[in-house]
Design a protein around this ligand. Sequence first.
Ligand SMILES: [Zn+2]
Length: 120
Amino acid sequence: MFPAECCGLLIGRGSESLEVTDVITADNMSESSDRFLIDPQVQFDWMRKLRGTERRIVGHYHSHPNGLAKPSNYDEAVAVDRHQVWIIVPIKAGAAGDPKGFLCMGEGLGFIPFPFKIKT
Ligand SMILES: [Zn+2]
């Protein structure tokens, strides 16, 4: 809960272009208020649920309370899953700013910007 980071999973399909079909809220299991750790049980449950379907976990989102919409040094250090999408939502004065997307390039390789559109 704010001011701790929030986080969750992005479920979707596609390869060249991704479509996120579900956004799954998860508990932040991190004991640090400026880090996030998606509840592993939620990840396992969804991996099991999606097995054999065209959908998969394509990435996740988390917030940066009073921070920027870009990966933190910590995010850079823990990002290992190549081609997972990271959506980062900046929170300023208690309100969500524009979320930004990033694509993890693999362990130690950082991120590239990953623009996305929210369908209404
Ligand atoms: Zn972060």
